[in-house]
Design a protein around this ligand. Structure first.
Ligand SMILES: [Zn+2]
Ligand SMILES: [Zn+2]
Ligand SMILES: [Zn+2]
Length: 154
């Protein structure tokens, strides 16, 4: 389903954390203990997680209160460095399984169970960016989400 013309690798588990760390430090940012904890917590979620969910879980595992605001800031940093993706219609985040390369991911969000998977199709995202450019608008971040039912919920 994914269409790629480059060396694209999707990661999971430990190799995903490693790929995220490499991407962030490669961008000149520090991989602090807190950032690492937030990323690992995010990566554990198969469904999009809110900053509030992550803060709540981290407060438990770290044994002291973690403010949702500090989680928000870290998630923002992750999004701007391609480590995480924001699922707008769910107001939540997903770990980016391909932190090593940039795509305008297309999210498939299940209305029943909330699961969000994603596909990459650069032809479609290029066309969407082209529509904006054609209207004299500079596209920064196309958001393409499809709501529906996943295979498990049909
Ligand atoms: Zn790729
Ligand atoms: Zn993608
Ligand atoms: Zn579902």
């Amino acid at each position: 389903m994914a269409k790629h013309h480059h060396d694209h690798s999707e990661h999971a588990g430990e190799t995903l954390v490693e790929a995220a760390r490499t991407a962030l430090t490669g961008a000149g940012e520090q991989w602090t203990g807190m950032r690492s904890d937030v990323f690992e917590e995010l990566a554990r979620h198969e469904r999009p997680a809110s900053a509030y969910d992550i803060a709540e879980n981290l407060s438990k595992t770290r044994g002291k209160r973690v403010a949702p605001n500090s989680v928000y800031r870290i998630l923002d940093l992750f999004v701007s460095n391609n480590l995480a993706m924001r699922v707008e219609s769910a107001n939540a985040y997903l770990a980016n399984s391909h932190p090593g390369c940039t795509h305008d991911c297309i999210f498939l969000v299940c209305d029943e169970c909330g699961e969000a998977t994603h596909v990459d199709n650069d032809d479609i995202s290029k066309a969407v960016r082209g529509v904006a450019q054609g209207a004299d608008f500079k596209p920064e971040r196309p958001i393409i989400e499809i709501r529906g039912l996943c295979a498990g919920c049909r």
